[in-house]
Ligand binder design. Structure first.
Ligand code: SF4
Length: 403
């Protein structure tokens, strides 16, 4: 089977479902990564790994959907001490915070809160475009589009056209989880089947938006259901060419209703397999995103040998994974250092994957300044300043190991 897949990939032939399952289960992992990287190198500049400066705030954590994998939401009608719903000015304060840290993308999402009026959604886009034209409003996942249909009385195209007219050009891919009917019934029954997500993205592409395709794996899905997910998004990409990238991440179970039902967490090897298999199977996607955030910084670096060409965002604010107890923070300097240390040249990109600035290559590691934190994992806050001297150290001793 492996030789057949290598031959098909070298001839540019599309892989079958059976071959997709084999990639996810039995294919030799190192060879799989090497083949995925060959395809990556043919599609994007082999030297460059991109990243975006972004932040992921939320406008409300009240939600009616009760997804079993979610630790983020609070139930409407049951006031919670930590429940919140921001108004337009509240969102503008988030945009201002994003501007101050140099973000070019704000990925804003919220729970499905029926008390929020339709005008809020278009107002925050319009105000963002007016006040922060340098920031791309990458707002609202597919379930939120359905919520807007409820409160506006508009159909899907009417909602998405109104968002487009207000200035929105890209849609994040959240809410896909695994696009397979059985899985969605088990983990998010109120969200409906795969079509509820696919129809939103198809219509968004038709009104002129681009979007990302995501996948949250590592819970109740089978390899065949992952391939079913790949099949749906590959077919939609054939139809519309509207997806910019594929972005997988593993389920984080802490504090979620189905925590006890998922005894084994997906590890790094499974993540590498997801990335490499998606690079080979999703032959009509240009970009595959690796995440330092969801899988850890060192796993993120190794992912760059498994077909990924993008390192995701800086995610200066993130609350959904945080609610599960998963915490990971970084800085632009650290992201660039991680990319260089993995052997690539970092390049800052836009939401649409256009390159804004190419940084120095791996050789710049030797000029690393003392204030670049190296691979600091899972800190709630990065220290404001690194200590000039450590206890017991002679003044003037170097803080970093010589290279
Ligand atoms: S994942 Fe989204 S839609 Fe589901 S409960 Fe959480 S906030 Fe609501």
């Amino acid at each position: 089977m492996w030789n057949r897949i290598e031959d098909k990939v070298s001839r540019g032939e599309r892989l079958s479902s059976e071959e997709g399952v084999y990639l996810l289960t039995e294919a030799p992992l190192v060879e799989l990564g090497a083949l995925a990287n060959e395809v990556r190198n043919a599609k994007t500049d082999p030297r460059i790994v991109t990243y975006v400066i972004d932040t992921n705030p939320n406008y409300t954590n009240y939600c009616t959907v009760d997804c079993h994998f979610c630790a983020f939401y609070r139930k409407p009608g049951k006031p919670a001490a930590d429940g919140y719903t921001h108004d337009v000015e509240g969102v503008m304060n988030m945009m201002e915070s994003a501007r101050k840290v140099g973000a070019t993308t704000v990925l804003l999402q919220g729970g499905l809160n029926p008390e929020i009026p339709w005008s809020f959604y278009t107002d925050i886009i319009r105000e963002s475009r007016k006040r922060y034209p340098e920031i791309t409003p990458h707002f609202f996942s597919a379930p939120e589009i359905h919520q807007m249909m409820e409160v506006s009385g508009l159909d899907m195209r009417g909602v998405l056209q109104a968002l487009y007219d207000a200035g929105q050009r890209t849609l994040p891919g959240g809410g896909a989880e695994i696009l397979a009917t059985r899985v969605r019934k088990r983990i998010s029954i109120k969200k409906g089947g795969p079509d509820t997500w696919l129809d939103v993205h198809r219509t968004a592409h038709q009104v002129g938006m681009r979007s990302t395709a995501t996948m949250m794996y590592g819970h109740v899905e089978t390899p065949a259901e992952v391939v079913e997910h790949y099949d749906y998004i590959r077919a939609l990409q054939d139809e519309t060419k509207g997806f910019t990238a594929f972005v997988p991440w593993s389920y984080k179970r802490g504090n979620t209703p189905m925590e006890s039902k998922v005894p084994v967490i997906a590890g790094s090897s499974q993540y590498f397999r997801m990335l490499a298999s998606s690079r080979l199977y999703l032959d009509n996607f240009d970009h595959i995103q690796a995440s330092w955030f969801s899988e850890g910084k060192k796993t993120g670096q190794i992912s760059l040998q498994f077909g990924a060409d993008d390192f995701g965002g800086t995610l200066f604010e993130e609350n959904v994974h945080l609610a599960t107890g998963h915490v990971n923070k970084t800085t632009v300097a650290e992201i660039e250092t991680l990319i260089r240390e993995a052997g690539f040249t970092p390049a800052q990109r836009t939401t649409l994957y256009d390159i804004l600035k190419v940084g120095e290559g791996p050789e710049a590691l030797s000029n690393l300044s003392d204030d670049v934190p190296l691979f600091v994992e899972s800190l709630r806050e990065l220290p404001a300043e690194y200590p000039a001297e450590l206890e017991g150290e002679e003044p003037g001793d170097p803080l970093v190991m010589p290279r």
